[in-house]
Write a protein that binds this ligand. Structure first.
Ligand code: SF4
Length: 444
């Protein structure tokens, strides 16, 4: 190795203005775990996060001339990940890829300018590789043997083995990392994977499909030490296991921790535990993000949601009553007609859902869903896997017609939000103008 410098990279989400930057910008927690581990190993790590950096990547690369460049990202960032890996390789660094997209689609990174691909959440394989363990012995890693890619078996990560993240980078950019009006918002992870198996969702197949949870006392201990009053618990489903949650509440109270929390939870759990929601409110829960998914029972069944519309309705009223903001997340399916888009709008109004987000049904790469609509794909550009683009031809509408109804729904939801005085930090004019433009020349 030419030195012990490692540059850890999270590319920007998109290079267009229409990307919700400045509304939700996520702390690069995954890199902060690796940073902590590398520091412990005597390396000199650096983070470069394209969401917040002012210095261009190539300039930072030239300045540091690191021995190793590790790049992570999601499907939509694949192009940027490859671009940066290429530049890093040209600079003479060893190039490593990891993150969510690489877990499932590692072979998309099998190129001459990438040296190693990590396919799990565990950071230990990176350590083992850097200290020179034989590649054959390192799980969850793809590497080149005599110039040919070799795929070592992926194994689930044991979340309790993770080091504490080094949050110095987050603190330096605390004017940027946010969840809506919660600025700054620090990320905390307490589990990997999800115990449910909704058919459209990639989350439950990550970590080799194994749900792994952290000791809750350790989680509270970590939260207590974070110098940030907003904590975004980024588990795929934090509201799981009543006993664990009650212990969480007890510990937060006994340590007198006063923060605001954001988490994901399921409608059926919320509907079945109204008293617990009141308790969560009392310790500072501010937003709960709920995959309501649909305004029609048929879709919940076809998605294997294992919940129903009654639970959706009740979840909204339980959280409204508790005084916790519910962010209801919907999927607009590819078999939608104009009526289905309108049904979501009517449901939102009827049940008093203040915050709503809408994603276009996007079959994940390397999943059963994409295999079943392979002949309908209209793009192969990974940048379009952002849930804002139609990637497969809709069944009952033209692509243009589909975007038209989708953007009408977004305009209605945004105007409603504006009238209600929420998200007062965003540039409503810009987004509404973008939606109107996109209605006629579709494409985000
Ligand atoms: S409950 Fe949520 S995270 Fe879990 S599989 Fe379903 S959609 Fe995915």
């Amino acid at each position: 190795m030419k030195n012990k410098r490692a540059l850890l990279v999270h590319p920007e989400i998109s290079r267009t203005k229409y990307n919700f930057a400045g509304i939700i910008d996520n702390e690069p927690l995954e890199l902060e775990y690796i940073y902590a581990m590398l520091k412990d190993m005597g390396w000199e790590p650096y983070i470069w996060d394209g969401q917040v950096e002012k210095q261009p990547f190539r300039s930072r690369l030239a300045e540091l001339s690191p021995a190793v460049v590790y790049i992570c990202g999601r499907t939509r960032q694949e192009g940027f990940m490859k671009e940066y890996a290429k530049a890093a390789k040209e600079s003479g660094a060893e190039t490593m890829i990891g993150g969510l997209h690489a877990q499932r689609c590692y072979s998309r990174f099998f190129t001459d300018y990438i040296d190693v691909v990590f396919t799990g959440f565990d950071v230990a394989p990176i350590r083992d590789h850097l200290r020179g363990d034989p590649s054959e012995s390192i799980s969850s890693m793809c590497w080149k043997k005599d110039g040919k890619w070799t795929v070592n078996k992926a194994v689930p990560a044991e979340i309790n083995d993770l080091p504490r993240p080094d949050r110095n980078y987050f603190y330096q950019h605390s004017d940027r990392y946010r969840y809506l009006e919660l600025l700054p918002a620090a990320h905390v992870r307490t589990s990997y994977c999800c115990p449910y198996k909704c058919s459209f969702c990639l989350r439950n197949i990550l970590n080799c499909g194994r749900y792994s949870v952290r000791d809750i006392a350790d989680v509270v201990d970590e939260i207590q030490g974070i110098e940030c009053e907003n904590i975004y618990i980024i588990d795929d489903d934090f509201l799981f296991g009543e006993e664990r949650l009650r212990e969480f509440i007890r510990l937060i109270r006994s340590k007198n921790i006063r923060k605001r929390f954001v988490c994901y939870g399921r409608a059926d759990f919320i509907a079945a535990h109204p008293d617990l929601m009141q308790e969560l409110k009392s310790i500072g829960f501010y937003y709960i993000l709920v995959g309501l998914e649909a305004a029609d029972e048929r879709y919940l069944e076809s998605y294997n949601k294992r919940s129903d519309m009654e639970a959706n309705v009740k979840a909204v009223s339980v959280l409204n009553e508790a005084g916790i903001n519910i962010m209801g997340m919907f999927i607009v399916d590819l078999d939608f007609t104009g009526k289905d888009f309108r049904r979501i709008w009517r449901w939102v109004k009827r049940y008093g859902l203040k915050h709503a987000a809408v994603s276009i049904f996007t079959p994940e790469m390397n999943s059963t869903a994409i295999r079943s609509c392979r002949d309908r794909l209209i793009t192969r550009d990974p940048a379009h896997w952002d849930y804002l683009h139609v990637v497969a031809r809709p069944e009952k509408l033209s692509v243009r017609g589909y975007y038209f109804y989708y953007h009408i729904l977004l305009i209605r939801l945004f105007l409603r939000a504006w009238r209600q005085g929420i998200y007062d930090f965003i540039d409503y004019g810009f987004f509404i103008k973008s939606f109107i433009n996109n209605m006629f020349r579709f494409g985000g």
